[in-house]
Design a protein around this ligand. Structure first.
Ligand SMILES: [Ca+2]
Ligand SMILES: [Ca+2]
Ligand SMILES: [Ca+2]
Ligand SMILES: [Ca+2]
Length: 354
């Protein structure tokens, strides 16, 4: 019995150690699909924009099965999951729940939370079908819906209900996602964070309820617009890199600005001398001291013009500035060395003779 206990303990230790050592899983992004409701389908524009930005960065074509104004039940009924599987998807962006909560939030007045449980159950049905087909899945919770202009209509404040519904849904979604090992992108915290400082490149991006500017975060007062989806794309990218080793660069402030017609962006906010990363990146000037067309940060001879960057021994120092040492050795230095060598040989001979 004791021996078995030992074996079991060792096995447990191994399992634990392996569990701890498991690296990020590298996902297959060759066939990327999107499933969802109106949140991921800005009407009259690119949709679902947030995944399109990511598909562009991945260099793949997006298969979009998201439908405008769809309840989670409709998404299941319509078989968006099956369509994504049929399309040979290797990775699916699954983002649902927005329309259910928006449309049914008043049920909370009579303490009826069934619509929230139903939305999470539908999410789970979709997730289970995709995972059973061997597809990697990423999802997101809902933004803080109290930020919707429509959450605070004149004469009737529904913000408390929206807050309650969003938090209930997000909590239950998190539990269901954890059970399945599916990462949840925290759009809720992100939207609150942006609402605290709704400024992009010095321009107000309109997160306050009832805001009505051209850079509105919520398109049409309800659906997150192009700019919001740019922010969402970055939140997804952070999780994709962490959890699936995607290696994607996030959209820069100027990329986000372009989505909202904001042109005055500084992509190196912490570098007073640069407004874009350039060749050397923020914090390092793109100076080309020797004027050979290669900035100092990449030049293998920063002080010697050598546009060809030749480096015969491949040690990172260009031939143009490395040849200096051997040249000296061939001149006076070499003569001195030869004299010394001859002298020492003569001394050796003398010693041997004695
Ligand atoms: Ca700067
Ligand atoms: Ca140079
Ligand atoms: Ca050079
Ligand atoms: Ca060299």
């Amino acid at each position: 019995m004791q021996a078995w206990n030992k074996v079991a303990k060792v096995l447990l230790a191994v399992v634990f150690a392996v569990g701890l050592a498991v690296p990020v899983r590298a996902a297959d992004f060759s066939v990327v699909s999107a499933i969802g409701d109106e949140l991921t389908d800005a009407p009259g524009d690119r949709g679902p924009a947030y995944v399109e930005y990511i598909a562009d960065l991945l260099g793949v074509e997006l298969r979009n099965f998201a439908v405008e104004n769809a309840y989670t039940a409709e998404i299941v009924e319509d078989g968006q999951d099956l369509a994504a599987i049929d399309a040979g998807s290797t990775f699916v962006f699954l983002w649902v729940g927005y329309h259910d909560i928006w449309a049914d939030v008043l049920q909370l007045i009579v303490d009826d939370e069934s619509f929230i449980d139903e939305a999470v159950a539908n999410w789970a049905a979709l997730a289970d079908a995709l995972q059973a087909a061997g597809i990697d899945v990423i999802t997101a919770n809902l933004p803080d819906l109290t930020l919707l202009p429509g959450a605070n209509p004149e004469g009737f404040d529904m913000r408390d209900l929206f807050e309650q519904a969003t938090e209930l849904f997000n909590e239950r979604l998190q539990t269901a996602a954890d059970e399945r090992g599916i990462p949840v992108v925290d759009i809720y915290s992100l939207s609150r964070q942006i609402a605290e400082d709704p400024v992009l490149c010095g321009t107000d991006i309109g997160m306050a309820p009832n805001y009505g500017g051209p850079t509105d975060f919520f398109y049409d007062r309800l659906v997150p617009g192009k700019l919001a989806q740019g922010y969402f794309a970055n939140a997804f990218i952070e999780v994709l890199n962490e959890e699936f080793d995607a290696g994607l660069n996030p959209l820069l402030p100027s990329d986000l600005g372009a989505l909202a017609g904001i042109t005055d962006c500084d992509d190196c906010p912490n570098d007073p001398n640069k407004t874009e990363p350039g060749v050397c990146g923020c914090g390092t000037p793109d100076t080309d001291t020797d004027g050979d067309g290669i900035p100092d940060c990449n030049d293998n001879c920063p002080n010697t013009a050598n546009p060809d960057q030749a480096d015969a021994n491949n040690d990172g120092v260009g031939d143009a500035c490395e040849a200096v040492v051997p040249t000296k050795f061939c001149g006076r230095g070499a003569t001195a060395a030869m004299v010394l060598l001859l002298l020492s040989l003569s001394i050796v001979k003398l010693v041997r003779r004695r």
